[in-house]
Design a protein around this ligand. Sequence first.
Ligand code: PRX
Length: 656
Amino acid sequence: MSEETLSNLLHENRRFEPPADLAANANAKADVYDFADSDPLGFWEQAAERLTWDTKWERVLDWDNAPFAKWYVGGKLNAAYNCVDRHVEAGHGDRVAYHWVGEPEDDTRDITYAELKDMVCQAANALTDLGVKTGDRVAIYMPMIPETVVAMLACARLGAPHTVVFGGFSATALRDRVQDCDARVVITSDGGYRRGAAAALKPAVDEALEQCPDVRTVLVVRRTGQDIAWTEGRDVWWHDVVDGASKDHKPEAFDSEHPLYVMYTSGTTGKPKGILHTTGGYLVGTAWTHWAVFDLKDDDIFWTAADIGWVTGHSYIVYGPLANGTTSVMYEGTPDTPHKGRWWEIIQNNKVTLLYCAPTVIRTFMKWGAEIPAKFDLSTLRIIGSVGEPINPEAYIWYRENIGAGRAPVVDTWWQTETGMTMISPLPGVTAGKPGSAMKALPGVSALVVDDEGNAVKPGSGGYLVLTEPWPAMLRTIWGDDERYIDTYWRRFEGKYFAGDGAKLDEDGDIWLLGRVDDVMNVSGHRLSTTEIESALVSHPTVAEAAVVGANDPDTGQAVNAFVILRESALSEGGEAGEDMIAELRNHVSKEIGPIAKPKSILVVSELPKTRSGKIMRRLLRDIAENRQVGDVTTLADSAVMDRIKEGIAAGKEDE
Ligand code: PRX
């Protein structure tokens, strides 16, 4: 957090009051803060009434064994029943749950709540026949198609926690996750459509499972019809076992704390963390925040333009919206296929009223030009949201002006895989928004900005973001690793959840997020660990050592910049550190982790800046990656190393 950033923020004087009609009719008005402040648990009890409980809870919160929380203790419910059946029972079976839009043009499906219920019941029956029992983990590696939601809800219905692995991840990443949570069943598809072509998924599953001998069944949805390899006895077509299954399935009520899903996310070490979310609290948290932050009304058409493989998709494509009986849009493909106005066309055709997406894509749209969205009718949009990384004031204003017609409030929502639900955000009917600020903790949420000692900072100062009270959708632990859960989140500041983000309080006490303070990068709104990418680089036979830093990038927020030292053997074999070698290393990372982790640049160096204790000083490498004057080098073991690295890079550039 540089002084410069802080002073820039102080110059941001623009304020956007809520539109009068929105304020007058808002779901959440200013008094909600008062109620939640005076009685936080009472507030969360009232929020829990949004759900249908089979057995009511006896106690809202059990925090006796902190940091291991239990919410709605003694309560029982079924997540799939809450997301689907109860809406049908209430007479809303004909309401559309998803306007699904495939990437190929005119490939659309509208799925009503009644149809979704039938599909979920059939899939639950099929999974039961395949031996899936309550408590078993099921891995889901799918494109953005309706069956992905059906698969998740079928698991939830059976109490079998799912772990959805982003379809852009590699076979290796999939393998690690399947192994870590010991999934025995994998649900996938032959492929999906991306950038105008069929992209295969099944081959990655086949490769991953070579090292997962315990997986007995792979359930395969036919989406693209492309050729795939088939393992007899293990692979089963979805249409063979689901389509003919019974549409009757009685949902069992599970304990409020029954595991709902595990979602893997990057941390500061190489091994991804399996974030565990449980049933009751997670559903209450996602349903309430979805309803309040988007001021959800019965006739709204909601679109979270994210992938279901990330937490945003879990909370705000699937669980929150379905628990609220919402009509959502779900889109399979990329924003520029077959043309750069695809999103705006989808909004126009489906009369979308609420849009939720990431700053990185907003910046891409800015680059493509405001004349593209201007060709479409976006007048239905009434609230537009942002998530995943800090939204720069410029992008906020562009979004508000060009997508929101200068009228729709922008809700900048801060949260994490771990928090499960939005934690810091404006309320669109209450808050006068400031471009670039996520504003205040939502009702029922307690956030603070603290200094190194854990003391709250004064308005006008920066520090670390912490959460001081438990919240219903909080992670319960890291799958199989309670110690790591405590160490990562609860050790840094006694009794407080450490989010890993830097933040600043402005003079009004509003919160501005300033990015990660640990070695975790945020690329296009997705977290990647530097260590994980370094390990991937070092796993290549030519690389001896690697250091990875996230450098500011105008498009993706941060970009992966790598510095590598090659092995003597690689160089002596005539292997010049040329373009081919760099391309090979970039592809290697892509294969090991996924294209999202592919370094934007790789610089070959002969040494890396290290402290006397041998720690790589990434801060100095970041200075180079961001073309800055290199900072304080006094703690380096060899203070001349930065000069030699810079000279090496300059010499390399001359050779090109
Ligand atoms: O650094 C923060 C950033 O994204 C991190 C969480 O990443 P992930 O678990 O992948 O979840 C992303 C979607 C919820 C946070 O620690 N982040 C998320 N939202 C914002 C943000 N940074 C600034 N402003 C936001 N609105």
